[in-house]
Design a protein around this ligand. Structure first.
Ligand code: PEP
Ligand code: MG
Length: 533
């Protein structure tokens, strides 16, 4: 019996899975070299066609989020930027599989070397495309995972995720990976347990080297390989306690959140994409505490009309409940072509309001769309990454100017209450400079990374990046106290608000208004009901 091996990473989707380990890093399959370069070319084109067809087939049953990922992959496959160099390599004598692998590996290396999480996360899509075509070239289907398997390897392709039948359990344990990747988003929305950042030290599981059953604890971010009977028993207890908590949590969804002591807590939702609202019953939340607008800023900058329609849709969906829309927070780990700039240290650079004020012509378009949308609901607007009061004053002045311009042209509009994100330590430490803002929304993701000097997207320093560190909680408590004194409403919209382990500390710090990811709504309300404040 091999010794148990415990690996620790980061939870990307909470849950538990017990099953055989299935290696994602198995050797490539066999390809039969063709007689002529023309045959190699035909083989590659046919394989790309097969892969594109399979992706198209998956789209038919995919939800909007998965369809977006699949469409992105089809677009990449249809782009000559990948097939062109591979066909050129074939013309110079390479077999189709080697040519395709070489081109894709070079592209993947470029994405993986990026210091921006967004691009590293997209490397998984390229891996996926590479393997789809290689699989079609070799017609290899022996790499089917057994039911309930825990996929273990460097990274998991989104299509592999979508092709897998998760109905009999299973999970994902990645040596690398990122909680911000497409596959992590899919895992969270489907409730598949997933851990990332386990490191390269684990075993190389293969049919010749089985490690037997594995226990994936994606609530706490760990995995045990070759567990002892006692570990299996303890794991099953934790797993059923998690399942019971999740089932029980569903019963909290329909009710307003309240602590054990009877203190009411507002729970709003964070929206990152327009399609998010389709899956939420507005009756289950107190409004939108954060609508990120970065999703609108894709390959081209969105015009006023596109933005206006998006904001109006969410405001009308929310009815009388408040919708807090944040002006674009580009930069940091969120590059936007045509807007952000290359920087050595993007988290400390030109991001959020700094960038918007540097490019006022782009901010003005967003402001006009917000002013016009304001008549369709209960809109509030906030600015990200505010560090000094002058930034707020300048952004508010742009609102006043654009409002006057619209009014002069007879365009219907309404100025919303203007607030700020509290996510830069300077604001949290000295909030008195902001006594004239309409509200504060604490961005605990950034506040934590800046207070702890531990990047939010770096698994190597994840143990330091904790909102529960006394330094972060004390700062949050002081912002809440300042808000009470000055009668400025304070909420929190970072991911910690939906984390059951962090909720007690946040409520003890005085917060009574949290905004959480939609998938976390039920668990957050259940966790609030356990707190005694
Ligand atoms: C935050 O920093 O906590 C936040 C909500 O903003 P984002 O995650 O978009 O940076
Ligand atoms: Mg932030």
């Amino acid at each position: 019996m091999p010794e148990p091996l415990r690996l620790q990473g980061i939870s990307a989707s909470a849950g538990y899975a017990e099953g055989p380990l299935f290696s994602l890093d198995r050797a490539a399959s066999h390809y039969t070299v063709k007689a002529t370069a023309a045959d190699e070319r035909a083989a590659l084109e046919a394989a790309i066609g097969i892969a594109t067809g399979r992706l198209g087939g998956l789209i038919e049953t995919a939800d909007s989020e998965a369809a977006g990922i699949l469409e992105f992959q089809i677009a990449m496959l249809e782009d000559d930027a990948l097939s062109g160099p591979a066909l050129a390599a074939i013309a110079s004598g390479q077999p189709a599989d080697a040519a395709w692998r070489q081109v894709l590996d070079a592209e993947i290396a470029g994405y993986e070397a990026s210091d921006q999480d967004y691009f590293r996360a997209r490397a998984a899509d390229l891996h996926d495309i590479r393997d789809q075509v290689l699989r079609a070239l070799s017609e290899d289907d022996e790499s089917t995972a057994p039911a309930g398997a825990i996929f273990y390897g460097e990274d998991l392709a989104p299509t592999r995720f979508l092709e897998t039948d998760w109905s009999s359990g299973g999970g994902i344990a990645l040596k690398a990976g990122s909680a911000a990747s497409h596959v992590a988003m899919l895992a969270r929305s489907r409730g598949v347990p997933m851990v990332v950042g386990l490191g390269a030290a684990g075993p190389s599981a293969s049919p010749a080297n089985p490690v037997g059953i594995a226990l994936l604890d994606a609530e706490h971010g760990g995995i045990v390989l070759s567990p002892s009977p006692a570990e299996i028993e303890a794991f099953r207890r934790s797993s059923s306690s998690f399942a019971a908590r999740r089932d029980k949590a569903e019963t909290y969804l329909a009710r307003p959140a309240m602590t054990k002591a009877g203190t009411a807590v507002r729970v709003q939702v964070n929206i990152a994409d327009l399609s998010d609202v389709d899956g939420i019953d507005i009756a289950t939340c107190d409004g939108v505490g954060l609508m990120r607008t970065e999703f609108l800023f894709g390959k081209t900058l969105p015009d006023e009309e596109t933005q206006y329609r998006a904001y109006r849709k969410v405001l009308e969906w929310a009815g009388e409940k408040p919708v807090t829309i944040r002006t674009v927070d580009a930069g940091g780990d969120k590059p936007v072509p045509g807007l952000t700039v290359e920087e050595a240290n993007p988290f400390l650079g030109l991001r959020g309001i700094r960038l918007s004020l540097a490019r006022p012509e782009i901010l003005r378009v967003q402001i006009r769309a917000l002013l016009r949308a304001g008549i369709h609901g209960n809109l509030k607007v906030m600015f990200p990454m505010i560090a000094v009061a002058d930034e707020y004053a300048r952004a508010a002045a742009l609102f006043a100017e654009e409002q006057a311009g619209l009014a002069a042209r007879g365009v219907a509009q309404k100025t919303p209450p203007l607030g700020i994100m509290v996510e830069v330590p300077s604001v949290a430490i000295a909030p008195e400079a902001f006594a004239d803002v309409a509200f504060f929304s604490i961005g605990s993701n950034d506040l934590t990374q800046y207070v702890m000097a531990a990047a939010r997207d770096n698994t190597a320093v994840a143990h330091l990046n904790s909102v529960r560190h006394p330094a972060v909680l004390r700062l949050i408590a002081s912002v809440v106290a300042f808000g009470r004194e000055q009668r400025i409403p304070v909420s929190l919209c970072g991911d910690a608000g939906g984390d059951p382990a962090s909720i007690p500390g946040l409520l003890e710090a005085g917060l009574r208004d949290l905004s959480v990811a939609p998938a976390q709504l039920a668990m957050a309300k259940a966790a609030i009901a356990d707190v005694t404040v």
